[in-house]
Design a protein around this ligand. Sequence first.
Ligand code: MG
Ligand code: MG
Length: 267
Amino acid sequence: MVEPGLITAAALDAVRAMIAPGVTTGQLDAEANRVILARGAESNFQLVRGYSHTLCVSINEQVVHGIPGDRVLEPGDIVSVDCGAQYKGWNGDSAITVVVPDAARPDVVARREELSRVTEGSLWAGIAALATASHIGDIGAAIQDYIEAQGPSAVSGETYGILRQYVGHGIGRKMHESPSVFNYRTPDPGPEVRPGLVLAIEPMVTAGTEETFVEGDEWTVSTADGTDGSHWEHSVAVHDGGIWVLTAPDGGKAGLAPFGVEPRQIG
Ligand code: MG
Ligand code: MG
């Protein structure tokens, strides 16, 4: 699963570099598909029933499952991009959030960048917890603790919400496999963590409510109160030597360093 992870990361890197005012979400989608095909892989999102795109692109109050198309990115938009690749029958799945620069509204940019930073930090806290977890419930507890420890936003005073209806998952031959990986503390500790386990960990965080609804397109998940959303995700393998972040080119070294966790290469 190393190769599909790296291909997914390369597609997201290409998309990140393109994000700017005036670019359409459809153009981002086409670029991600081009990168994936050029590496001899295919988009696993296109294998999901009823979905024909390579990315989900969710803007501002949209948190996940936004459909790429004609929408034009505007200055200050907070853009969550979710992508996955299948290579030789194995899958990768990862998501990033990027804030489009906006010199005229530094307050909006600061608020949205903080939301993205907190969400990404909670992802790394969850991955770090997996390194020593006995059960996968430890991941959700670490994500929730991390977000609650941020307190209200230093920039806006908002408290952050964690989506409850959407969760991470196992990944392997299929993009979505059991078990569910919750982004919050659960009474049930969940399955045991053992070598061979591969999880897609993906906190979805809002600058307000945890309540969401599905838009009229039957895909896009937006916040009920219209506050901003952010989504970060990595596919992470547990092996005999430790953990390795498959969708990070450095295996997660930089992201895990603040938590005192050292990823170990597989094999
Ligand atoms: Mg994903
Ligand atoms: Mg996923």
